[in-house]
Design a protein around this ligand. Sequence first.
Ligand code: NAD
Length: 345
Amino acid sequence: MRTHRVAILPGDGIGPEVVDITVRALEAVQEKAGTYKLELVMGEAGVNAIAKYGTNVPPQTVDMLKTTVACLKGPMTTPEKPGAPPSAALTIRKLFDLYANVRPCLSLPNVPSAKPNIDLTIVRENTEGLYSNIEFEVGEGVAVAMRVISRKASERVARFAFKLANQRRKRLSYVHKANILRRTDGIFNQAVLSVSKEFPEVAIDSYYIDNMALQLIKRPETFDVIVTTNLFGDIMSDEAAQLVGGLGVVSGANMGDNYAMFEPVHGSAPKYTRQDKVNPIATIFAGKMLLEYVGEKDSARELERAVLEVLKDGKTLTYDLGGKAKSSEMCEAILEKIRRPNAIT
Ligand code: NAD
């Protein structure tokens, strides 16, 4: 039987609850398929780890991650004290060179959506741009941040986005501000156009970021894959997440050539810790992306189908979707859909 060794980092606040539900759902689809084994390895990371290890991604966790093919990361509280380590997500991204941030946004049944048929994915360059962390003061009250854009990083994220578009509806929109940022976005745009020659079947179009911010609200259903630089992608990803129902239902992936990290978009929502109240779907969808990544596409579809059926039924919805169900009740409803016979199509 094939085995996939996967790390599980429950995280802080509501993290352990939504991750536990996701693990149960992953185990249920694995059991149903009966053709592979997920070897799940638990690890400590997040603010909770700081008191014990002095850092939020302890060396033991790093060593453990290196023995796995991917990780499911729960939300983690970002340490704020001066001198505190950077966010755990950032550390793991750097450690494994996870250069493409992927945010699928899909309209779901019984979830408020700007339009009924949105199905787009934003691919954001994850390693450079305005988040290169090169910032300095040049005089009293004046500071500069460097926006680093390289052909190499632009081409690899563009290639990732083209491959994705090629598997989907074969449309790629690239987003920039090359009329103002002529050199940096000039390089980004040239990189996209150069990689486009490898994918003649993918149709491309180009948008300024300000126009795309508007078009995403006006006609989100017309977009397939959107690729852009780091800061533009960060902002657009959250805009797009809200179009399809917001924090409780949207997940993301950080992809590299040899490793990937999957997580819900939401944070650790500390005020809801251990209240059995929050929506576990965002984390379950992160688990679905993980299954696709390790090649278990049938199980990924099975997991998605179970969630969509529970949403369609509309009887077991958490507070953020207008319902009164507890997280554990939504979990049971999803598990029940998975366990039903002959659901794999
Ligand atoms: P948050 O996403 O944790 O919560 C904001 C609000 O969104 C919550 O109060 C709640 O009303 C709602 N919400 C979040 N998740 C939900 C869910 N699953 N179901 C229903 N409602 C949900 O954002 P925040 O309060 O700004 O951040 C809390 C902490 O999380 C901070 O330390 C922040 O830095 C961190 N954070 C981490 C990540 C991550 O690990 N990927 C992402 C964002 C924020």
